[in-house]
Design a protein around this ligand. Structure first.
Ligand SMILES: Nc1nc2c(ncn2[C@@H]2O[C@H](COP(=O)(O)OP(=O)(O)O)[C@@H](O)[C@H]2O)c(=O)[nH]1
Ligand SMILES: Nc1ncnc2c1ncn2[C@@H]1O[C@H](COP(=O)(O)OP(=O)(O)O)[C@@H](O)[C@H]1O
Length: 198
């Protein structure tokens, strides 16, 4: 595919991916665009259909998967998530750098496609801090918190696997993590460096 390389952001639920991405998308309007995934999970208060996710149900999503409309899908904590081909195309058609937020299985699936993105993992400083953040966000039931922590342990182990990520950013202090994210993107996306250095 032509144009600037997309950016895949991954990392445990609660690590701070959405917080960092929202900031980046706001600060760099006209540079980055978010690939809106499909999910079968319920919307959280404040989430907007078509902006945060395309909220759907399993039957409809499975039909679209069977029609070949998805680049990748994964089951995460009891729900189906996936990146549709049109989610990525919509962003690229606007001439924006496409940002995808996917779990670690999604990263592995995307490696088998021709998307050729930059892979960035956002990690929490520890599992204890992650648990505090998940509880502090107050969006999940106890059962969902436990299942996310279970997934997180695997993610925290696998993120350092050689060749899986271009960079792992530990989100301890939010401002420092955001600085690091910006500098990594400037380094990789040299063709947009002038836009980003405004
Ligand atoms: N493979 C894949 N994972 C996704 C996709 N969209 C979101 N995810 C991942 O699904 C997991 C759960 O997302 P979500 O329910 O929004 O919870 P949150 O990450 O805690 O805000 C996260 O690890 C996301 O990165 C997708 O399209 N594909
Ligand atoms: N560096 C940080 N320090 C403290 N709290 C943070 C930090 N980064 C994110 N948070 C908080 O942690 C929670 C999880 O962040 P979120 O962006 O929703 O994570 P993710 O998208 O990776 O699931 C949110 O309540 C967010 O405000």
């Amino acid at each position: 595919m032509s144009g600037p390389r997309p950016v895949v952001i991954s990392g445990p639920s609660g690590a701070g991916k959405s917080t960092l991405l929202k900031k980046l998308l706001k600060d760099y309007k006209g540079v980055f665009g978010f690939s809106v995934s499909h999910t079968t999970r319920d919307p959280r208060p404040g989430e907007v259909d078509g902006k945060d996710y395309h909220f759907t149900n399993r039957k409809a999503m499975q039909e679209d998967i069977d029609k070949g409309e998805f680049i990748e899908t994964d089951e995460f904590s009891g729900n189906l998530y996936g990146t549709s081909k049109s989610a990525v195309q919509d962003v690229r058609a606007k001439g924006l750098i496409c940002i995808l937020d996917v779990d670690i299985a999604g990263v592995r699936h995307i490696k088998e496609t021709n998307l050729d993105p930059i892979y960035i993992s956002i990690q929490p400083p520890s599992i204890e801090v992650l648990e505090e953040r998940l509880r502090g966000r107050a969006t999940e039931t106890e059962e969902k918190i436990q299942s996310r922590l279970e997934e997180a342990r695997t993610d925290m182990e696998e993120c350092n696997e050689p060749g899986l990520f271009d960079i792992v950013i530990v989100n301890s202090d939010l401002d420092e993590a955001y600085e690091k994210l910006q500098s990594v993107l400037k380094e990789f996306e040299k063709n947009v460096i002038s836009v980003m250095s405004r």
